[in-house]
Design a protein around this ligand. Sequence first.
Ligand code: AMP
Ligand code: ZN
Length: 464
Amino acid sequence: MKLYNTLSKKKEEFVPVEEGKVRMYVCGPTVYNYIHIGNARPMIVFDTVRRYFEYKGYEVNYVSNFTDVDDKIINKSIEEGISASEVSERYIKECKKDMADMNIKPATKNPKATEEIDGMIAMIENLIEKGYAYAVDGTVYFRTRKFEGYGKLSKKNLDELEAGKRIAIEEQKEDAMDFVLWKPKKDGEPYWESPWGQGRPGWHIECSVMSKKYLGDTIDIHAGGEDLVFPHHENEIAQSEAANGKDFAKYWLHNAFLNIDNKKMSKSLGNFFTVREIGEKFDLQVLRFFMLSAHYRSPLNFSADLMESSKNGLERIVTSAERIKGLLEKAEGTLKAEEKALLEKKDSFAAKFEAAMDDDFNTADAISALFEYVKFINVEAGENSSKELLQELVKTFEKLADVLGIILEQKEEILDEEIEKLIEERQNARKEKNFKRADEIRDILLEKGIILKDTREGVQWKRA
Ligand code: AMP
Ligand code: ZN
């Protein structure tokens, strides 16, 4: 199994730190708003990486953080007149809902920055003790030049970086490239007690601390979007390796950007769609399938046309799976002599799928292999097929689809007519003061994604 390591700029054979196990850390979102579909790309891509390792028999420990203290969260809390933690808790909840709708497996652990402050203070103290950090007036900086490996991930050289640095050197810093580990509190901001006074951590330190705490000093894979290579991941390496005296992560994986009109989709450019918005138009399974239609290191341009063709592609897969599962229900008998060759053919598609995934998680080629499999099934499986053959075909189908996070079931569509009928029944129940039944009906509809709104003009409904 080969994966492209940003650190070596090469595809390397995957050799885990501990046999049979994968320790993986993926930098998560800053929670001050609904996530946009750009943020969804690393979530979907690295969930698929995790699923593939599991398919191969590895036990995966998958940690992904929520950055829940940050300027943007604080600004939002001021705007809305609520606390920063109310903002972050709200959007963590919304983010988890989106992730579930995209069929992203829950992480082994989702640590939150605000719950790991003690660990961050301890690591910063350790860095100061070792001479890698220094405190000035309540701010603690990392002494970048002291860490010899600085720049090894982004292939940047400190002198070049410094020459290009336009921001005026803050007087307190020994060097323009030194970065903040701890900063003093400002009025109205959340803060914690520390040996350097009241304040809050810089952004980079949280990932170093959480990765160590939940996965150990040296992990297998550290991942995130390509914008994180510098400075975030470069700084994480500096902090962790200086503090622990060990390699931080063996493999660094970075996804390319999701673009729109060939421009990077980002909150600051305002050219983004939230996952929630897309979910109003498409099943989020389609978004997931769309994301995997390109290799994760290739830029991907978002468009309604591509989403439509992903929708059609996904439907083709699911329809084929439903048909063969239907056949299986009625089928009988053990494998027939003439079916042996079909089993071998089936294995060849699985092998093709694996070869694609083994090559740095090439989901685009894996999807092609899956389509070939669909075609094969549509031609070769029929009413005369034995139960044993169909069982084998379905098993492989489900295993491969599961790697991509595709659920092989048609969503049960509820028709407008049925909705209207249930609403009418609910109105009658209410008239009769049978509120239990009325609530029951509301819940039945909610489960099918139908939201009711009682207005003066009557009951209105919409699909979620
Ligand atoms: P942020 O909340 O900005 O820290 O982003 C969370 C994750 O989303 C990081 O791994 C980013 O690299 C990633 N990300 C943000 N925008 C995009 C985009 N347009 N395409 C792909 N990944 C993105
Ligand atoms: Zn991080």
